[in-house]
Design a protein around this ligand. Structure first.
Ligand code: BTN
Length: 258
């Protein structure tokens, strides 16, 4: 990873300040610690993570030398109930950037997994600090499997994960990919700040790999099968159950039924 190269490619506010570490527990944890003291758009980047965090309390496999682990500090002036739009914005931006740079058919699996041929390439974890119905800051954590050989990932992960290298057989410049993703987020973040929901949601719909398809949703309220119809204006997944009943899912795991 070449930080000077990333810095030289940054075009906007996202990434104008970069804190690089060889190894950290989690870039999101560092991000939350420094958020109050740094500028919006600052990025915490690490070559490896000892305790990379995923959604729903899971671990994020974070070996050194091969992938991208970064967290961006944002202070959007939006209500906490609209925070899902940060996730929508970031998955659209990351998918768009990765498609442009690699030509791969990168899709979004609700809420914010990026997949290629149903395997996970990138995960996004947003940590929020809120106060009196305001967002004090958001730490947008992004993990991208770039040059990792997923055959070396733990047994339970390797059948569901992929990397740019696994998909194309090529090695990529992590600095180039990181800069491309940060620059794309810069543009989409401006759209989020204007609260142009329609622009965000329609881009999300176009990139979604599950709309119109049969899915299985494992949620805290139970397991539901149905057809993924849409996302609503707050980013919740709209599921149509077999009897025609409509249900909104705000968190959980949703997988395509083969
Ligand atoms: C998921 O799909 O479960 C989300 C994975 C998020 C991983 C990234 S890697 C950089 C940042 N630091 C973390 O500990 N997690 C996120």
């Amino acid at each position: 990873m070449n930080i000077d190269e990333i810095r030289s490619r940054i075009t906007g506010r996202i990434g104008r300040e970069i804190f690089f570490y060889d190894t950290v527990d989690s870039t999101n944890t560092i991000g939350s610690e420094i958020a109050a003291k740094t500028v919006e758009g600052a990025v915490v980047l690490a070559d490896s993570q000892g305790r990379g965090r995923g959604r729903l309390g899971r671990a994020w496999v974070s070996p050194p030398g091969v992938n991208i682990y970064m967290s961006i500090i944002l202070r959007p002036d939006i209500r906490p109930r609209d925070a899902t739009l940060i996730t929508v914005m970031s998955s659209v931006a990351c998918a768009t950037a990765l498609r442009k740079m690699t030509g791969l058919d990168v899709g979004i699996k609700w809420p914010n997994d990026l997949t290629v041929k149903k395997k996970k390439l990138c995960g996004i974890l947003t940590d929020l600090k809120t106060e009196q119905n305001k967002i004090v800051f958001a730490v947008l954590g992004i993990g991208i499997n770039v040059n990792a050989d997923v055959d070396r990932f733990p047994e339970d992960v390797k059948s569901i994960a992929t990397s740019l290298r696994n998909e194309t057989g090529m090695f990529y410049s992590r600095s180039g990919i990181a800069a491309g993703v940060l620059n794309e987020i810069d543009g989409w973040y401006e759209i989020l700040k204007t609260m142009d929901r329609d622009a965000l949601l329609s881009a999300w719909r176009q990139l979604s790999s599950m709309l119109g398809k049969e899915v299985r949703a494992v949620t805290s309220r139970g397991v539901f099968s149905g057809v993924a119809r849409d996302i609503d204006s707050e980013g919740l997944l709209i599921l149509e159950l077999p009897a025609g009943e409509i249900m909104r899912i705000n968190s959980g795991d949703v997988t395509l039924v083969q």
